[in-house]
Design a protein around this ligand. Structure first.
Ligand SMILES: Nc1ncnc2c1ncn2[C@@H]1O[C@H](COP(=O)(O)OP(=O)(O)OP(=O)(O)O)[C@@H](O)[C@H]1O
Ligand SMILES: [Mg+2]
Length: 255
């Protein structure tokens, strides 16, 4: 479907991804055989009920975690079998991750927070400052660069986190409920920013509970019980969703 309509190469390819957690005597199948491709310049939204495996999938895609089995290739390179150090390099240089809770360092200025991934990447000092400033400009926070996180609003903090995610010019930008801690107006601003970044060519995967958020994407992947329930271009997903709602109304005997 989306894959054949989009001739760009796959930046992410996962095959039969599984992740199990053992809790006492119980085994939880957080991911139960996920197979999908994400192509360059796609804007993908992942949806699904709480506990359906969205964050587990994102953490594996972001090289923050490893699958129990299955294959993950990023730009054609198998990453889930890399050493911890090599995986950290991939995470640092090719992945931008945005969290619901921002995860900024409180004692550092916005600019310094954005610069941190470059320090870990051994980018020379002069280039670091320049790249961090550019990333701060891209998220329209130029006049707040010297502020510490507690001197910024929630939306501004998330902008700093997005600038930090972009500063290494990642292959893919991953965001797990990036508007989950923000009010409606601020969420809309952050989503506008994601749309702009997408228009500039950034590949994006975003996890969200909110249909409004997902409507900004091109493609919607719905998960249930650790599996992909559907994977459709946004227009088709909307049509299926409204059909499903109509069927539910009929079941309940509503008009
Ligand atoms: N570290 C862990 N140890 C044990 N079980 C876990 C762990 N992390 C996640 N799980 C379980 O795996 C399943 C998937 O969790 P996950 O966090 O991926 O869901 P989610 O779709 O992101 O949910 P939410 O929308 O609430 O964020 C859940 O049943 C969860 O309880
Ligand atoms: Mg989650």
């Amino acid at each position: 479907m989306t894959a054949s309509a989009n001739p760009s190469p796959a930046v992410i390819r996962v095959t039969e991804l599984k992740k199990q957690y053992k809790v006492g005597a119980e085994t939880i199948h957080a991911l139960d055989g996920v197979t999908l491709d994400i192509r360059a310049r796609e804007y993908v939204a992942i949806m699904g009920a709480s506990g359906s495996g969205k964050s587990t999938l994102m953490n594996i895609l972001g090289c923050l975690d490893r699958p129990s089995s299955g294959m993950y290739e990023l730009d054609g390179q198998a990453v889930s079998t890399l050493s911890a150090a090599a995986m950290a390099r991939v995470r640092n240089q090719r992945i931008g991750f945005v969290f619901q809770s921002f995860e900024l360092l409180p004692r550092f200025s916005a600019l310094k927070n954005v610069e941190l991934p470059l320090i870990y990447s051994d980018v020379p000092w002069r280039s670091r400052r320049k790249m961090a400033r550019e990333a701060v400009d891209r998220v329209s926070l130029t006049d707040r660069a010297r502020h510490r996180p507690n001197q910024l609003s929630g939306g501004q903090r998330q902008r700093v986190a997005i600038a930090r995610a972009l500063v290494c010019r990642p292959t893919i930008l991953l965001a797990d409920e990036p508007t989950g801690n923000l009010d409606t107006v601020t969420s809309a601003e952050i989503l506008r920013l994601f749309s702009q970044l997408h228009e500039q060519g950034q590949t994006i995967v975003i996890v969200t509970h909110e249909p409004d958020v997902a409507a900004h994407a091109n493609r919607i992947i719905r998960m249930r019980d650790g599996k992909v329930l559907s994977d459709l271009p946004v227009e088709q997903d909307n049509a299926v969703a409204s059909h499903r709602e109509a069927a539910l109304r009929v079941q309940k005997g509503a008009p």
